[in-house]
Design a protein around this ligand. Sequence first.
Ligand SMILES: C[S@@+](CC[C@H](N)C(=O)[O-])C[C@H]1O[C@@H](n2cnc3c(N)ncnc32)[C@H](O)[C@@H]1O
Length: 242
Amino acid sequence: MYIGGIMIMLDKIRKKRKDIREYGFSEVAKRAIIKLFGGNIYVERFLLYRNPRGYWEKRGGERYFKEQESAQNRSARSTFIAENLVKLKAKRILEVGCGYGKQLRSIRRLDTRVELFGVDFSSSQIIKGREYLKKDGIKNIVCADAKDLPFLDNSFDLVFTSAVILHHPSDTAEKIRNELLRVSRRYIAHNEDKGIASTRWSYDYNEIYNQMGLKVLEYCRIPCSPSPEITQFVVVEIPEEN
Ligand SMILES: C[S@@+](CC[C@H](N)C(=O)[O-])C[C@H]1O[C@@H](n2cnc3c(N)ncnc32)[C@H](O)[C@@H]1O
C-alpha cells in the first residue's frame, strides 16, 4: 500500500517533468492554476488567450497538423465546404486564417484552375502550410493579420474563413469582417462554429449579414461534423456596385 502510493507519486512527477520539457514551465503552471479554478473559461481565456497570435504561434505547426488530421470526419467537413465553394465558380479565392492549408488543398482537388491564396498570422502555420501545399502548386501563402490584409480592394472573387473569426472578441471580429468585405468583390463565406470556450466566441452570421443588408445565399449546418448543431456555413453575396 505504502510502496504503491510512492510509485503513483513518482509516476506523477515523471509526467509533470515530461510536460515541462515539452510545453515549458509557464504553460504547465498556467494549466495547474486553471485546474485550481475548476476550468473556468474566463480564467483560462485570461491565462492562455490574452495574445491570440502568440497562442497560434505556439499551437501551430506539426502538432496542430497531426491533431487535425486525426480528428473525426475532418476531411469530410473540408470536402463539404470545398464542394459548396467551388459552386460559386470564383477564379481567385483567398482563405484568411488558412492554417496548414487543408481547406485550400480540398478546393484544389475539385478545381485545378482556380488561383488560390492563403493568409495566416502564425509563422508556424505558414511554414507547415507552404510545405503541405507545395505539391498542389499553391505558392501564395502569406503571413499577415486578418485585420490588415496586404491586398488591394476587390482583389478576389471569393474570400472565406474556416474557424478563424470565432477565435476573436467582437471588436476584432468586426474589423476582420470589414477587411474581408474590402478585399472581396463578389462573395464572402464562413465555416464558423457557434459555442463559447476559452479561445472561442460565438457569432450568428445570418443575423450579422442580414442586418448589414447583404444577401445571404446559403446558411446551413455542416451535416458530417461530429456536432452539427453548433456548426454554421454561410455564403454572402456582395452587390455589384461595391
Ligand atoms: C482553427 S485554425 C483553422 C485553420 C484552417 N482555416 C482550417 O480550417 O483548417 C485557426 C487559424 O486561424 C489563424 N488566425 C486566427 N486569427 C487570425 C488573424 N487575426 N489573422 C490571421 N490568421 C489568424 C490561426 O493562426 C490558425 O492557423
